[in-house]
Design a binder for this molecule. Sequence first.
Ligand code: PAF
Length: 305
Amino acid sequence: MTDPVPDALDSPVPLVATTVTDVRREIEIAARLRRDGLAAEGRRARVALVPTMGALHDGHLALVERAAELADVVVVSIFVNPLQFNDPADLERYPRDLEGDLRILTGRGADIVFAPEVDELYPRGETSTRVTAGRVGSLFEGRSRPGHFDGVLTVVAKLINSVGPDSILFGEKDAQQVFLVSRMVEDLNMPVAVEVVDTVRDPDGLALSSRNRFLDAKERRAALTLSHLLEAAESASDRGIDAVLAAAQSAAMGEPLVAVDYLAVVHPDTFLPVDDDYTGKARVIVAARVGDTRLIDNAAIYLGR
Ligand code: PAF
């Protein structure tokens, strides 16, 4: 008996799998169906995974688009991971709309959506085995959200093991997450390539985020402080770290709806704050509360003197 042909391959609507067994099976079927077209190239079908927590926007679609360039089978996971939320209220209010997400993904190059329930990924409750994010995991986002990155790395490891992708894609907006996932993949010799896609912004500069939907009109305007602050930092970058921090801080002043949580300039290789006399590539990272909504953003700069 031959396997049924999944709708996903020729249909613009992605096929939904909710269990690890099913997603593996659907990937295998899809890879087999794509194999004939690849025979001439003498290679097997490549699989790309775009891990998400749903509430999809154009930033996620940019990841899916890049995944479709890299791979023959594109899997998007949609899973709001309880392990990475240290605040139950934040977990509770995280937007969930699988049908809406499927509509957004339709015709955009995703073949399979892996949307497990919590019990599927955590059948025994919280895992007793965790990936720990180390020192960088307890800084910046990790300081405000203890345990967050252990939860992220643990679920990303589980998703990699469930899907078996050749590449896994992340947005640059979550720069600390990108750094820590890349370290995990390297440290644990995971056979997957981490691909990073540029932050997608609204025309006025606000970085797209699933959390932007919580902003009212005033907060939406105030949230532009983050990208203005990064622009100010970039324009001061040839005057050294002190000038960068001063420019960024003054751009954040005078906006009562914005409370900056952290602002730092980190080294791209270590994600630790750069020394005062450092020159070279660096990244300015910022997190701020805008009303009740916590937003993050970052920009690559070149620190010169
Ligand atoms: O960036 C996210 O949406 C999440 O942290 C991720 C990578 C999907 C893990 O839950």
